[in-house]
Design a protein around this ligand. Sequence first.
Ligand SMILES: Cc1cc2nc3c(=O)[nH]c(=O)nc-3n(C[C@H](O)[C@H](O)[C@H](O)COP(=O)(O)O)c2cc1C
Length: 310
Amino acid sequence: MGGITGPDLVAAVSNAGGLGILPVWGLDIATLTQHMRETRALSARPFGVNLNLAFPQEDRLRACLEEGPAVVSFFWALSEPMIALARDAGAVVMQTVSTAAEAKAAAAAGTDIVVAQGWEAGGHVRGSVATMALVPAVVDAVDIPVFAAGGIVDARGVAAVLALGASAAWIGTRFLLCAEATIHPLYRQALLTASEADTVHTTLFDIGWPDAPHRVLHGESYVSWEAAGRPPAGKRPREGEIVATSASRGPIERYRATTPIADVVGNVAALPMWAGQGVGAIRDIHPAAEIVRDIAAGLAVIRDSTAVKS
Ligand SMILES: Cc1cc2nc3c(=O)[nH]c(=O)nc-3n(C[C@H](O)[C@H](O)[C@H](O)COP(=O)(O)O)c2cc1C
């Protein structure tokens, strides 16, 4: 989760037995290398890097591979040459997909693992199939491991996707509410009080990344746009207005796809507060390692309670 997931969070997840994923697709090469080295210094366990192929990433991929990541995760588009580059450098390649057809194409292109992202997911969401229907369809379509993403926030969700045939769960929104996530306190508070019905799947926050559906909290900008009759870009309420500023990102106009991270000052509620539908089940903040351990402990309980006793 770009801007939110730094080396400490990634290392904490990997150290606790998960697989931390470092988003590097918006970083300059020097910062990317620094983040990978910091993660490596904090954890001897495997971690991954994530690249969003909606934007050119070849230079970043090459820089990542210099650092020898265990895993390279690609999002949004499929690139056979990028997959080959990562695999030739010894990385395990994951590709996020949103249909069984995309999963087949990813497997044919050489991906080692597909991440099936259901539309419950927070952040940018390509597809419109829910996790419950998507995971078995993808599991049946490919003979490589399938990780399930979208709406999973606790052990019950992980158990459910394992029952659907997934090999692992890939979790975002739950970690927005971990101690290490660098999100704005108002964004955090909004997540803590949101219900499962408080998100929308939209293309509204399109400045900087157009034509890319996403799931966010039903916040101020969405409400006023809806009240105005959902006008197209160019005719939306208060378009061009600077709603906030950020020390790291400068002025932020309404409808820009900028995450309300900790250094944002201004109308945080007008920015895209990315969240998946699972948000309604998260009512507390814990260190990332505790979240991973709680999920593992909860899974053991579910396994024991459902095991056939001989
Ligand atoms: C705030 C936020 C930022 C995200 N950023 C990325 C990203 O940079 N790259 C990516 O592959 N997926 C990104 N995602 C999507 C996640 O990888 C994942 O598919 C999703 O969070 C799973 O659904 P969940 O949020 O219900 O757990 C992001 C999700 C959120 C909530």
